[in-house]
Write a protein that binds this ligand. Structure first.
Ligand SMILES: [Fe+2]
Length: 348
């Protein structure tokens, strides 16, 4: 691993972005098979270690001083997955993997807002893991991913033999939507993570899941971030919706943060969208998991319309693929609804 910083060339996003804003239609591409395991956040997800019971006791109107800038958003409160991996983590018995993760996490902790994200020299097994995830999941994108994803995906020039650098990805996003990536050492505290969205900043891990199980990770890793989140963050309408969630979090009390976390979970992580009578995925937890992509199209899950004002069920991330998804009619519609919810929070 090197701390050397390079400035990457900047592929243009103007053509696809312009096409998108001109309401042009879909695209299509690839195909095929394989792999299983779902992406799940195991212990903490975004909601962290807050149980529903303890939450209700703590739900008083807390006096929240919202961050005035990204520099005031704490990127250091990491929930789990630090030096001590859980016993069921694939890397639990791999000392070299743990040291590698800690080196990368240390680099993320040292990052200053406004500075380029340090590049990593990924190891051969990390590149192979990334290549496997890219190869397998991308087989289903043409038939399962939403048009916005298919539209922006080629901008990033993903290749199986090269793990993309966060700085290069962030540079493309800045040109397309004004969003950026900030490296983070692990699963961030939900309030801080959601606050980052208000400043058009996505906190991203930089380490790679354990090579022994390339199609499974119990936590977000760079494969999930790059394949699930990054292409969607190049779409302006999607970003508008996500920005609403971030803005709503700035003045939210703990109970509202909990609800916003569920909104985030059922949209940004596991959201579906209706396209020409078909169900397509835009949630990162679906787009970065071959098994989840298959599951969403099966007869198994329940699919409901999304309403940010509705009581949302407990997030389920420990019992296999999602049993419930929420579906949007459009990102514009979702942004409008989330905007109304945001207004309601600010008036409370
Ligand atoms: Fe995610």
């Amino acid at each position: 691993m090197k701390g050397a910083v390079k400035h990457n060339s900047r592929p243009s996003c103007s053509r696809p972005a312009d096409q998108h804003s001109a309401s042009q239609a879909p695209r299509a591409q690839q195909h095929q098979l394989l792999s299983r395991k779902k992406f799940s956040f195991e212990k903490s997800v975004v909601p962290g270690a807050i149980s529903t019971a303890s939450l209700s006791e703590r739900v008083q109107q807390v006096s929240v001083t919202p961050p005035a800038s990204l520099r005031e958003v704490d990127s250091g409160k990491i929930l789990g997955f630090g030096a001590d991996l859980a016993e069921d983590h694939p890397g639990f018995r791999d000392g070299a993997y743990k040291r590698r993760r800690m080196d990368i996490a240390t680099l993320a902790r040292s990052h200053e807002v406004g500075e380029p994200i340090p590049e990593l020299d990924y190891l051969p097994e990390e590149i192979a893991t990334w290549g496997t995830v890219l190869r397998e999941t991308s087989q289903l994108y043409p038939t399962h991913a939403c048009q916005e994803f298919l539209h922006t995906f080629p901008l990033f020039d993903f290749r199986e033999d090269r793990v993309p650098q966060l700085e290069a990805m962030s540079s493309i996003l800045r040109q397309c939507t004004g969003w950026q990536i900030r490296p983070v050492a692990g699963l961030l505290h939900p309030r801080d993570f959601l606050n980052g969205l208000a400043f058009k900043t996505f906190h991203s891990t930089q380490y790679v899941r354990h090579h022994s199980r390339p199609m499974y990770t119990p936590e977000p890793d760079v494969c999930h971030e790059l394949l699930g989140h990054v292409p969607m963050l190049a779409d302006p309408r999607y970003c508008e919706m996500v920005h609403k969630i971030g803005l709503a979090s700035l003045h939210a009390d703990n109970k509202q943060i909990w609800h916003l976390t569920k909104i985030y979970w059922y949209t940004v992580e596991f959201g579906l969208i209706r396209e020409h009578g078909e169900i397509r995925a835009f949630g990162a937890g679906v787009l970065s998991s071959y098994g989840e992509l298959e599951n969403m199209r099966s007869e198994k899950p329940q699919i409901l319309g999304f309403d940010p004002f509705a009581v949302l069920p407990k997030m389920d991330y420990k019992s296999g693929y999602q049993k419930l998804y929420y579906i949007l009619d459009s990102f514009d519609d979702a942004a409008t609804k989330l905007g109304a919810y945001c207004d309601k929070l600010q008036q409370a």
